[in-house]
Design a protein around this ligand. Structure first.
Ligand SMILES: Nc1ncnc2c1ncn2[C@@H]1O[C@H](COP(=O)(O)OP(=O)(O)OP(=O)(O)O)[C@@H](O)[C@H]1O
Ligand SMILES: [Mg+2]
Length: 256
């Protein structure tokens, strides 16, 4: 479980995260949604320790990581898997090498064991054996995301983060990626946080949705709740497409 308490982050005196509190539960996928510039990526970077909050607390299992010393930070890093925006695979390494890399960094595993573990997770994300020696530039965008997910889970992380894992994918492939992250969260019992602005993801895996607006926590709830939310900013975001507007009308009609 991760508890965020009154988090604030400023850059050169400009406040980007404006003080909000949230809890992310173990075995759950939380989706952070919000318009471009609302602070999703800055928030995620604070959560994983790439940025330090200006004030506030980020409690991992009750311990505030903002005050961690070097050794504690290293330990936490080894328990975190991240799928970065655009996959961020290493171009000069083939797929197996990419996935083995965190094990070489963070574990004392023998090369043979690391190879075995890498093949295991690549099999889990359904990368064909024939693709294992290929380089990132030789596989499709959807496959790259799956490899990035394999790399993020190879260390058996307790916490899994993804920044826009769907960006650049067609809607069908995007759903496959969502479902994969969702299933892995249940199988590994990770505390998972995903940034997205994709309403398809929200409808598919949105058990816990967090809506950020302009650095504030504007709304929090489930996918069922978001469709009938009364908050005008939520309505504006969710019903930016006509299809969803019609869906809302139908839902409200059903209720009355
Ligand atoms: N290193 C930085 N220095 C100064 N300002 C920053 C920095 N990083 C982000 N910002 C600002 O913080 C705000 C929030 O940015 P952020 O990248 O978190 O938005 P986002 O919600 O992830 O948007 P998108 O959906 O486009 O990815 C923006 O106004 C951005 O310019
Ligand atoms: Mg972003």
């Amino acid at each position: 479980m991760i508890e965020v308490k009154d988090i604030r982050k400023s850059f050169d005196g400009v406040e980007v995260l404006k003080g909000f509190s949230l809890t992310f539960e173990k075995g759950n996928v939380s989706l952070i949604i919000g318009q471009s510039g609302s602070g999703k990526t800055v928030f995620l970077k604070n959560l994983i320790g790439l940025l330090t909050p200006t004030s506030g607390e980020i409690m991992y299992e009750g311990k505030n990581m903002v005050n961690f010393d070097y050794a504690q930070k290293q330990k936490l890093r080894s328990e975190i898997g991240v799928v970065f925006q655009g996959s961020a695979l290493y171009d000069s390494m083939n797929i197996v090498e990419n996935v083995k890399f965190p094990l070489e960094m963070f574990s004392n595993m023998s090369n043979a064991d690391a190879e075995k573990r890498a093949l295991e997770v690549l099999d889990r994300v359904e990368i064909a054996k024939t693709a294992l020696k290929k380089y990132p530039s030789e596989i499709s965008g959807g496959m790259q995301k799956r490899v990035a997910i394999a790399r993020a889970i190879v260390n058996k992380p307790k916490y899994l983060f993804a920044d826009e894992p769907n960006s650049g994918l067609d809607p069908k492939t995007a759903l496959v990626i969502d479902k994969l992250i969702y299933d892995i969260t249940k199988e590994y019992n990770t505390t998972t946080v995903i940034n997205t602005h994709d309403m398809n993801s929200v409808m598919e895996i949105g058990d816990h949705i967090v809506f950020l607006k302009n650095g504030f926590l504007e709304w929090e709830g489930t996918k069922e709740e978001i469709l009938i939310a009364e908050n005008p900013n939520v309505i504006d975001f969710v019903y930016s497409s006509n299809l969803f507007k019609k869906l809302r009308e139908a839902l409200l009609k059903e209720q009355h």
